[in-house]
Design a binder for this molecule. Structure first.
Ligand SMILES: [Zn+2]
Length: 343
């Protein structure tokens, strides 16, 4: 009798030491495709997983558990799983899961009740939900505004645009209206963005003034109504189109009234915090945001902003804007605020 009692105590102790719980059920969800391990345990079950890309083999080991359910490997074979094998290590339970092509392999645990989930959905499909169109103003035969005979608006705009592209590409599909020094009409720019069904159009420019001390960053959004000041800036930017033979007045507003109001609201929500942080980070004047009838924004069927990064005609400011370290800061701020708007 004593012998049995010792054996019983031994079993109890070893169970407490080696096992924290039991796998009660292994099941397959189809929508979304997930392999789920239901675990009964006092503590959160620990697991290790590794993935062999070449063989598409996922190894999942759940620590200190025992199987308490019948396991039928063939019942899991389907759209995502090619083969599954179980290995009971006595203290741990391991699963070799051979995946079908395209299946994802994100493993995580959930509590209440305890579960370990293998998410088999393709990993790329949920990413890059949104498309951003980046438009570096001017280009080619159109230099845009020129400061001190050496600084060209088209060059600084393109430099910042490329940096912004790099930063946004991690989370967004990015479309550039131009990636080099080429001429594009204003209507071509919005057409590129419309074709890509972009969720946001960002046009980058530099301001110019006869007053050499004029300074600061400002952002415009499309509005049919505008203040005399905003109208002046819009007329100035539109004049570049006219100068190179484009009838900017003929660029039609393709969005309906409802979309127009919605897009304007979205544009304002992006522009406001962005302009404040841009100015702050570069120690520049925050000139505010304005609605105006910009031809390049009018033709785009979605929210759009036109950023005047600063004044090319202000010596201190243009020196600042042409420095690569500051262009990195501008691109960072633009990317951060765009990201926080969408995610
Ligand atoms: Zn411009």
């Amino acid at each position: 009798m004593k012998k049995y009692l010792i054996f019983f105590i031994f079993c109890l102790v070893s169970f407490t030491i080696f096992a924290n719980g039991t796998i009660q059920k292994v099941r397959m969800n189809n929508n979304p495709a997930q392999l789920v391990f239901d675990i009964s345990s006092q503590v959160k079950p620990k697991f290790n997983s590794s993935y062999d890309e070449y063989n598409r083999l996922l190894f999942l080991e759940i620590d200190k558990v025992k199987m308490n359910t019948k396991f039928n490997p063939s019942s899991f074979i389907g759209k995502s799983i090619e083969k599954i094998d179980l290995i009971d290590y006595g203290t741990n339970v391991g699963f070799f899961i051979k995946l079908k092509k395209g299946a994802g392999h994100k493993v995580y645990s959930l509590t209440n009740p305890h579960r370990i989930v293998v998410d088999l959905r393709p990993t790329t499909s949920s990413k890059k939900e949104f498309t951003i169109a980046i438009d570096a103003g001017h280009g080619g035969k159109d230099p845009g505004a020129i400061g001190f005979k050496i600084y060209k608006e088209k060059d600084i705009a393109l430099a910042v645009a490329k940096k912004l592209q790099t930063r946004l590409s991690k989370d967004f599909n990015v479309i550039m209206t131009r990636s080099d020094d080429r001429y594009l009409t204003l209507s071509e720019r919005s057409r590129v963005a419309n074709r890509a069904k972009a969720d946001l159009f960002v046009s980058l420019h530099l301001n110019a003034s006869n007053n050499a001390s004029a300074q600061g960053a400002e952002i415009f959004y499309f509005s049919k109504k505008s203040s005399p000041y905003a109208e002046k800036i819009a007329a100035y930017e539109n004049s570049f189109g006219e100068k190179y033979g484009e009838k900017t007045g003929s660029i039609a507003q393709i969005m309906g009234e409802l979309a127009y109001n919605k897009n304007m609201e979205k544009s304002i929500n992006i522009a406001k915090p962005l302009n404040t942080s841009l100015a702050k980070r570069l120690n520049m004047r925050d000139r505010g945001i304005y609605g105006a009838n910009f031809a390049v924004l009018r033709g785009f069927n979605g929210p759009g902003i036109l950023v005047e990064l600063g004044f090319i005609t202000n010596k201190v400011e243009v020196t600042k804007l042409s420095k690569e370290s500051n262009q990195n800061v501008m691109a960072d701020e633009l990317a951060n605020k765009i990201r926080s708007f969408f995610y």
